[in-house]
Design a protein around this ligand. Sequence first.
Ligand code: SAH
Length: 218
Amino acid sequence: MMVERLVSMGIIKSERVRKAAESVPRELFVLPEYRDQAYDDRPLPIGEGQTISAPHMVFLMDELLDLRPGMLVLEVGTGSGYQAATIAEIVAPKEDPDSWGHVISAEINPFLADFAFANLRAAGYSDRVSVLNMDGSQGFPIRKKADRILVTAAAPSIPEPLINQLAEGGRMVIPVGPVRGFFFGQDLMLVVKSAGEVKVEKVIDVAFVPLRGKYGWS
Ligand code: SAH
């Protein structure tokens, strides 16, 4: 139902993203009191003043990332862990044990980091998603560069450490702008690194919770 609608809206375009949307049980990533609304196309509260993104936003960003099996993906803002699970479903599909893709996701709030880890374990993704309780705006404690980076909280500008951690040919999707109102006010940006150049392109207007931490809003 949810997936068919997102396909007909033109949000879900690829077979990979469609399969991910069909595979990950969103009801395992929402609070018990919202379980009956798990497949509504809207954000839902997950505690600590944060939200799980609306399905259309999750899959719009998954499509923009142009994910492939085997990729290393970094996420800033694990929240519920739902989007990380959808990414893992594409970069490390269970039926292809040779796809050693992995998602490393940073969550600054310790309660949400625990919530996400528990959700990912219950849904069967804890072997393909690592949750780190840290400020992801400062970059990740790994030496390998990432194929893809996703930021799911709105930043004042694109954090330099994340640009530096993006591999040649890599892509980053990140909302940029202040938190003004309920709708709009921020730009969803697509960042592409190729031939030593960083190209930045605005995709659409969006509304995300603010990025915190060193390169976030104070
Ligand atoms: N991707 C999530 C939605 C995340 S909401 C999902 O699928 O459910 C944004 C999250 O970013 C919040 O949980 C917030 O605590 C977290 N966050 C904000 N600033 C951060 C930072 N600097 N580092 C890591 N996480 C951050």
